[in-house]
Design a protein around this ligand. Structure first.
Ligand code: B16
Ligand code: MG
Length: 216
């Protein structure tokens, strides 16, 4: 086991700004359910799996639907989302990510991804980042998504790291809560009020310097 931190990255909202497209797609689905999904309420959907997001929206809208309609809406949401991200490429990588990852690889740190998204591999390929990761855990690899720590535990296991030795970069409260549960160092990227459960918070990823996280 290496005595230097393993870095575990979230995808949507950290590596690339696809979170806005998830919001737009859910907004369209919510409209169909005659529910007004606000940006503020959408914060609670960040990092949450697709089916759990729809369950939350139905709960907020106080609506019950058949299993058939539920599956239809899940498929429709994903279709809208995939259409919106169809043109993304490496120019959609958030500033600072590439420099951090290349510096970390150069210094022999393991790099992992844990995203709740079932589209994670597809997106990483579009961003041309796939080959940088020593382990990729996504929505297809876990039974329980964030705020459950299952995906982070798996990322630690796959990179042969102690959870206490892992640094998590996350834009969602659900992801920070998950990392905290197994004593990983959690770094929030975004609004410090919304992410105040993290060990540290930065407004934007470009403010994060590899040198500050090089040691355990
Ligand atoms: P999909 P992350 C999460 O990705 C998103 O934050 C969340 O908004 C989305 O509902 C979830 O993935 C599932 O995504 O519908 O593509 O499977 O932030 O954990 O990288
Ligand atoms: Mg995220």
């Amino acid at each position: 086991m290496k005595n230097i931190p393993t870095f575990i990255f979230d995808l949507d909202g950290v590596i690339t700004n696809t979170e806005q497209y998830h919001y737009e797609a859910w907004k369209e689905i919510s409209h169909e359910l005659e529910y007004n999904l606000t940006k503020n309420k959408n914060e609670e959907l960040k990092g949450v799996s697709r089916d759990k997001c729809l369950l939350k929206i139905l709960n907020w809208a106080k609506i019950k639907i058949s299993d058939e309609k539920f599956n239809y809406l899940l498929e429709k949401k994903n279709k809208i989302y995939l259409e919106k991200i169809s043109k993304i490429d490496s120019s959609n990588i958030v500033n600072g990510i590439y420099d951090f990852i290349t510096a970390a690889k150069k210094h022999d740190h393991s790099i992992a991804l844990y995203s709740s998204s079932k589209n994670a591999n597809y997106i990483l390929n579009k961003l041309d980042l796939h080959s940088f990761f020593d382990a990729i855990v996504d929505g297809n690899s876990v039974k329980f998504s964030k705020p459950d720590p299952e995906g982070f535990s798996l990322a630690a296991k796959l990179t042969k790291s102690n959870p206490e030795n892992c640094v998590v970069f996350e834009d969602s409260e659900a992801g920070i809560v998950a990392g905290n549960k197994i004593n990983m160092t959690t770094v929030g990227v975004g609004n410090s009020k919304k992410l105040n459960v993290a060990n540290r918070v930065f407004k934007e990823f470009k403010e994060i310097k590899f040198e500050d996280f090089q040691k355990c």
